[in-house]
Design a protein around this ligand. Sequence first.
Ligand SMILES: Cc1cc2nc3c(=O)[nH]c(=O)nc-3n(C[C@H](O)[C@H](O)[C@H](O)COP(=O)(O)O)c2cc1C
Length: 181
Amino acid sequence: MSRICIPYATSEGQTARIAAHVADVVRAHGHEADVVDVKGPRLGGPDGYDGVVVGSSIHLGHHDKHVRDYVRQHRQTLERVPSAFFSVSLAAHGDEQEAERYVEAFEQETGWRPATVAMFSGALLYTQYGFLKRRLMKRIAGGKPGGLGTDVSRDYVYTEWDAVTRFTEDFLAGLAAGPAS
Ligand SMILES: Cc1cc2nc3c(=O)[nH]c(=O)nc-3n(C[C@H](O)[C@H](O)[C@H](O)COP(=O)(O)O)c2cc1C
């Protein structure tokens, strides 16, 4: 049995749901999973875990500052143990080049180049946004490729949960296989 740490940051909750899904898959495979909100109190590091899966959403073109700080602080551990990164954005739904640019910027800012990276589509949660955010997001969604929804009376969840499951299972398979010689 392996112990997997899943540090993440979220603003509207979608990355937390994805982190929880990753943890569910890890547990379903008989391993232990600790989901860690990096904005939370009493934050522990990833030391002592057999694997680490880091997640962050994108806002205004950047991954969460708390995740960037966490990764900079724990980079040596992330480079020592099997680790992976997942990025959550709307660009991942229809604008893959933009989603890749976000990840490239993250790698440059943190100096961490994870062996495994996934870009998951996030959500447009119009019913949860305040007035200004709803207007902003409707305008952005209307002008983006990928056919993003603009009906602000409802939410749109674009995350493909099967892809999250596959990403997690691939990570676990790599862990079981051990380091490549
Ligand atoms: C204010 C705001 C700004 C956003 N900016 C971007 C952006 O620059 N690029 C992008 O691809 N997605 C952007 N998004 C979409 C988020 O990445 C998406 O809603 C994601 O699901 C948020 O994850 P979270 O709920 O874990 O914070 C933005 C969303 C909001 C609400």
